[in-house]
Every structure is written in C-alpha cells, then in structure tokens.
Design a protein around this ligand. Structure first.
Ligand code: SAM
Ligand code: SF4
Length: 349
C-alpha cells in the first residue's frame, strides 16, 4: 500500500516510520551511478502453464525442493537487502501462486521495515482463488500475464485451457481495487494481430496493458517477437492521436501512452528495440538463492549457503559487490554475447 492510500492512524504512523527509515541514507549504487532499490524474487521454478516462449511442454527437470530457498530464508535475505537500500520487492517465478503459502511470504515481507512495496507477477490462473488472502497479506499490486483473449490461441501459447480462470482473476482483482497491470508478449503469426483487443482491456478497466518485446532467453530464442516500434506505428495508424503518459506507473522500464477515451494506459517494454538500461534499478534473486545482476548474463552470485549458515556480514558484502558489478547494459541484440542459458522460470522473469 502506498502512503497516499494509507487510512488508519496506526497505518499512517507506520508508513511515516518506513519513509524515515528509507531516507536514513541507505542506498546501493552500482559503478554506473544507478541506485538499485528494486528486488525481483523468483520463489519457484514450477508453473501450471507451459508458455512456448518460456518452457518446454514436457521433460522439465525441476530443482529439488532442498535447493529452493525457504520462505524464512527469502525473508531473511530481504531484511538484509532492505538494510542496504532495497525498498521494493516483486514476487515472481515460475508461477508464484503454485507455491503453497505465497500470501504468508507476502505478509512477512510487508512487515520488514524499509520495504515499502511488495507486488507480484502471476499468470492469473490461481488469482481468483488466492485474491482474498493476497489482499489481506497486504499485496500492493499485481501484474497478470495474458497473451491472448481467444481461447484457442491462449491454449496454443500456454498449452493449457485456462483463459476463463485468468479473466475471472483479472476482473476480481480490478473490482477489489488492487492496482493491476497486464503483461503481453506478442509473437509474429501467433497473437500479433490481437494487439488491439488486448490493448482494449484498458478501455473500460483502470488497468495498464504492457507489451513486452520477446527476449531471446530460454525458449524465447526459438520464437519470433514483434518490435514495439512497429506496434507503436500500428497504434498511431489506428488511433491517430496518442499522447505520452509521463506519470509514474511503477518500478519498471515501460514507456506509457494513452489512447483517447481509455481508462488505463498502454505500456511498451522495449527490451530489444529501446534500451532502457541507464534507468535500470533492479537485481534478481533466483529461487535457488543466487543474486542475478542482469537478465542477459549468466553471472550470478550464490548466497544460499551464506543464508543457511547465518553469515549475514558475508551476505551483505556479496550483495553490495553484486550491485557494484552490475553490467552497464544488456546484450539481447547481440545474441552471441548472451551468456545466460537458463530459462526465465529459473531466473525469475
Ligand atoms: N508465471 C508468472 C507470469 O507468467 O507472469 C511469472 C513468471 S514469468 C517468467 C514473468 C513474465 O516473463 C511473463 O510476463 C512472461 O510473459 C515473461 N517472459 C517469459 N519469457 C519471456 C521471454 N523470452 N521474453 C519476454 N518475456 C518473457
Ligand atoms: Fe509459466 Fe509465466 Fe513461464 Fe508462462 S511465462 S510458462 S506462466 S512462468
């Protein structure tokens, strides 16, 4: 919950205390001078969908549970990270809602002084089931991944017939007042002609629909994406006047435009055709406990054993080092330089 929406006196006090904590000069900067205050945490490599650009239909080798960080370990990591300047956390996966007790983790993270915002990225299949618990736990916002509104195309992409459940979760989340963003990856010849219907989700709902360019990571290497430059031209052809929406929409690299008469905005996350690395504010923690400074490079710093042995000083120093060494920019457009060979589900998309 952000400061503007806090209502009770005790919640207001807590919110101010958190703000004071944040301002006490704790911040991590990398060698490019970027402030890193946003942590994306993959809590599982498992998923209940099999999106073609993300993972294969079968034959997946899951990481054994003893290699996956427990919720207590994740919370401990966040407590340490918050002490160094992390203020915003995104829970992702795999599919975070397939891991039992996800709302309990969210509640624990919300209790950490200095953590101002906890959000989640989900495919939405289980959202209607867990929404109440997530709201009670204090979730601040949700991103729902949705690549098609046509049942046959949705099933072609995800290999599962779950569109109805996702739409139900989406509508319940919007009705509840939780801030919602929709993430869409367009693929040539699969769902690219659907951009207008997908953008239309923002017409009567106060949601942002964000088009994410397909990245050559994991099984995404085998598929063909659509350039957001091309999409922007299509949107201009269709709507004529688009105006840039410069209000702050979250922690990500999306550029937003508004369509005439729409309640929500349209976001463009142009990983391939619009480098946004100079504004990057994030690091990742994988489900198996590795800090990952940049999506594109395989380099990651294992911290699980330090967490398990209680070596917090060692952990702080590794975290600071990982931030300091964060690469200046990604190399998705020079495929030969990409050194990350793991899937999004392992890294945390
Ligand atoms: N399962 C959750 C979901 O789908 O929202 C969270 C994890 S998923 C890996 C997070 C996001 O990564 C999704 O929006 C998905 O579309 C996106 N994604 C996965 N592989 C991608 C790729 N190769 N390029 C661009 N986005 C990708
Ligand atoms: Fe699962 Fe999300 Fe990957 Fe789709 S994109 S397979 S929902 S982790």
């Amino acid at each position: 919950m952000d400061a503007a929406s806090v209502t009770t006196p005790s919640a207001r006090l807590e919110s101010r205390a958190r703000e004071r904590f944040r301002r006490r000069g704790k911040s991590m900067q990398d060698r490019m001078g970027r402030t890193i205050d946003y942590l994306r945490i993959s809590i599982t490599d498992r998923c209940n969908l099999r999106c073609r650009y993300c993972m294969p239909g079968e034959g997946i080798c899951w990481r054994p549970m003893e290699e996956i960080l427990t919720y207590e370990e994740i919370t401990e990591f966040c407590r340490i990270a918050s002490g160094l300047g992390i203020t915003k956390v995104k829970i992702t996966g795999g599919e975070p809602l397939v891991r039992r007790g996800c709302p309990d983790l969210i509640r624990a993270l919300k209790d950490i002084p200095g953590i101002r915002q906890v959000t989640m990225t989900t495919n939405g299949v289980l959202l209607s089931e867990y929404l109440r618990e997530l709201l009670d736990a204090g979730l601040d916002a949700v991103n729902i991944s949705l690549d098609s509104l046509r049942p046959d195309v949705y099933e072609q992409i995800t290999r599962r017939a779950e569109l109805g459940q996702v739409l139900k979760g989406l509508d319940l989340a919007v009705e509840s007042g939780l801030p919602v963003k929709i993430n869409t990856v367009l693929q040539k010849g699969v769902n690219d002609t659907e951009w207008e219907e997908l953008a239309g989700l923002a017409e009567k709902r106060p949601v942002d629909v964000r088009f994410i360019e397909l990245m050559p990571i994991g099984d995404g290497k085998e598929e063909t994406g659509i350039s957001n430059l091309f999409l922007l031209e299509k949107m201009k052809e269709k709507f004529g006047s688009l105006y840039e929406d410069r209000t702050r929409h979250g922690n990500g690299p999306a550029r937003y435009v508004r369509m005439p008469g729409y309640l929500g905005s349209i976001g463009l996350i142009s990983a391939m055709h619009g480098k946004f690395c100079s504004d990057c504010n994030r690091i990742r923690l994988t489900s198996t406990g590795e800090i990952k400074p940049c999506l594109c490079y395989g380099r990651s710093i294992p911290v699980r054993e330090l967490l398990r042995s209680g070596d917090h000083e060692g952990l702080r120093s590794l975290l600071k080092q990982a931030v300091w060494e964060k690469p200046a920019e990604h190399c998705f457009t020079e495929v030969e330089n990409i050194t990350e060979s793991r899937r999004m589900t392992e890294i945390g998309g």
